[in-house]
Design a binder for this molecule. Structure first.
Ligand SMILES: *[C@@H]1O[C@H](CO)[C@@H](O)[C@H](O)[C@H]1NC(C)=O
Ligand SMILES: *[C@@H]1O[C@H](CO)[C@@H](O)[C@H](O)[C@H]1NC(C)=O
Ligand SMILES: *[C@@H]1O[C@H](CO)[C@@H](O)[C@H](O)[C@H]1NC(C)=O
Length: 357
């Protein structure tokens, strides 16, 4: 989780100030973009989407024990970070009416199956790509303007925090699928160039719409998720996939640095979650888990790897790092959120690291 850099520290100071301000002051506003790792129910509103989790056993450990459209047994990392910031987890964009006052408090645009590229996850029929999500944010901004006026809307958007976690599906549900064109058409270097140049346009557009404080999450070691392990001989991690992900992360980190240099007052941070997730998978017992090479829900990867209502669950869901073939369990999300939170928000509490020579 080595994300501490000077812009990161300055950013942490800003968010921390917002988070710890008096109860009378406005609570921090967060806008969340991403895929099934952060979705809180947008796809439930897409009639034909096949990327849905609105059935048991999803949500079995969420408040009320009901499926909500989250792709885990309990909370997402975003839910847990929101709890720590003392705010409620922002609602799905598609659940809000045009004039909803909730738009002023933060919105979640994430959609299972979505990617950086439009054609990622195309076999899910419907999902909101990152471009769709940014379009929805642009609409949100217009509605905020009509509610509170242009000056106040600009201020709200400039001061909000934007969490972005996208790209896993560009691998899992695009480049790594032998029957889709991108993996055949492009070498991995070409594919990364396409992803990063697209991401450059997308983050620049968010900036033009008023985003200044953006947290761009890197990708986890996708070669070690259960849906990829089953493709190996003995259930091990796919090394080549993990190498590709590390290249993507390193290019994204460079992109973030270059945007910080180029866009006035931009404070983007790259949150490198890869090492933390890999450590959890490599050393589950250190964190109180028992199993990290297969999922709690006994899924069939041949038919999608989601936890279907007739699937059998493990006897103790806190012992498994993975809930289904793709997504961490609530217990794993709690560990990862804790690490992310302390790296993002506690930097100001410890002395700044000495700059390396
Ligand atoms: C996705 O499609 C939209 C509308 O067709 C287009 O404006 C946009 O540039 C496309 N984005 C990508 C990443 O291909
Ligand atoms: C997971 O690891 C355990 C212990 O190393 C092994 O016995 C088991 O077969 C592995 N499971 C899978 C699905 O690879
Ligand atoms: C389930 O596993 C967790 C983590 O190992 C442990 O703390 C807890 O006691 C277990 N619960 C039961 C009912 O065995």
């Amino acid at each position: 989780m080595a994300i501490a850099s000077l812009p990161g520290l300055a950013f942490a100071a800003l968010v921390l100030a917002a988070a710890s301000s008096a109860a009378s002051a406005a609570a921090p506003v967060t806008f969340i973009f991403g895929d099934s790792l952060t979705e809180v129910g947008n796809n439930n509103y897409l009639q034909y989407s096949l990327a849905k989790s609105n059935y048991p056993w999803y949500g079995v450990d969420y408040v009320g024990g009901q499926a909500s459209g989250r792709f885990t047994n309990g909370r997402t990392i975003g839910d847990i970070i929101s709890e720590k910031l003392g705010i409620s987890s922002p609602p799905p964009y598609l659940s809000l009416s045009q004039n909803d006052d909730a738009l002023l408090k933060g919105v979640n645009y994430a959609s299972g199956g979505a990617g950086i590229l439009n054609d990622t996850g195309l076999y899910f029929i419907q999902r909101l790509s990152f471009d769709d999500q940014i379009n929805n944010f642009a609409k949100t901004k217009q509605r905020i303007q009509s509610k509170i006026g242009e000056v106040a809307a600009d201020k709200l958007c400039n001061e909000a925090t934007y969490f972005i976690g996208i790209g896993s599906n560009d691998y899992v549900n695009n480049f790594l699928q032998p029957f889709l064109p991108d993996g055949q058409q492009y070498t991995h270097d070409e594919f990364i160039d396409l992803l990063i140049s697209t991401l450059y346009q997308q983050l620049s557009r968010l900036y033009q719409l008023g985003a200044r404080k953006m947290v761009m999450h890197g990708l986890g070691p996708l070669g070690c998720i259960p849906s990829q392990r089953v493709k190996s001989k003995n259930g091990q991690c796919l090394k080549r996939v993990n190498q590709w992900i590390q290249e993507f992360n390193s290019e994204t980190q460079k992109l973030v640095a270059s945007l910080n240099g180029r866009l006035p007052n931009a404070k983007l941070i790259f949150a490198d979650t890869y090492p933390a997730v890999l450590d959890l998978i490599d050393n589950p017992t250190t964190y109180g888990f028992k199993i990290s090479n297969t999922s709690c829900c006994n899924v069939d990867s041949n038919i999608g790897g989601l936890c279907l209502p007739n699937s059998k669950l493990c006897s103790n869901r806190s012992e498994y790092v993975f809930w289904d073939a793709f997504h961490p369990s609530d217990a794993a999300n709690a560990v990862l959120a804790e690490k992310l939170f302390s790296s993002l928000f506690s930097a100001t509490l410890s002395p700044a690291p000495a700059p390396s020579p």
